[in-house]
Design a protein around this ligand. Structure first.
Ligand code: SF4
Length: 150
């Protein structure tokens, strides 16, 4: 290893988000879960291998305030790529990072974004990682309400 970052072997994912035909053909064969990665942490822990950053590391232009809009644009892309054959979502997991660093309404926007684009099963499992230091009373009230909306 010379310390130079390298792409893994294989074809890089196309910028269009396009999937191979055989992957699209298997759509609906199993449960459909969505993972939303929130890459922000208040501090970086030395033992952690997750893809996370502090706002100071990311520098100007990175903002927790802008994140929900960017993630919703990614959901738009996923919806376009998967098309009308996309099944209803069975699980939504918001991980990180520290998702509870996002404003509580933005976590709700993300969940509503999944529901609006794909539908959410009535018995869907919806969960988020959380740091107790950043869970506000408002977040603890509005997240369960948003998760149980029909
Ligand atoms: S994801 Fe958790 S363990 Fe990793 S840097 Fe953030 S707070 Fe630390």
């Amino acid at each position: 290893m010379d310390g130079v970052p390298r792409l893994p072997d294989g074809e890089p994912a196309p910028a269009s988000g396009e999937l191979p035909d055989d992957a699209l053909a298997r759509l609906g064969d199993g449960p459909f879960g969505i993972y939303l990665h929130v890459p922000f942490c208040a501090v970086r822990c030395g033992y952690c291998d997750f893809n996370t950053y502090t706002l100071t590391e990311l520098g100007p232009g990175a903002s927790t305030a802008d994140f929900a809009g960017t993630a919703l644009a990614e959901l738009d892309l996923a919806r376009r790529v998967l098309g009308d054959a996309a099944p209803v979502v069975d699980t939504v997991f918001v991980g990180g990072g520290t998702p509870t660093l996002l404003p509580a309404p933005d976590l709700v926007r993300l969940l509503d974004g999944v529901r609006d684009r794909f539908g959410l099963a009535s018995d869907a499992e919806v969960s988020t990682e959380a740091n107790p230091d950043s869970v506000t009373p408002r977040a603890s009230r509005c997240w369960p309400r948003a998760a149980s909306r029909g």
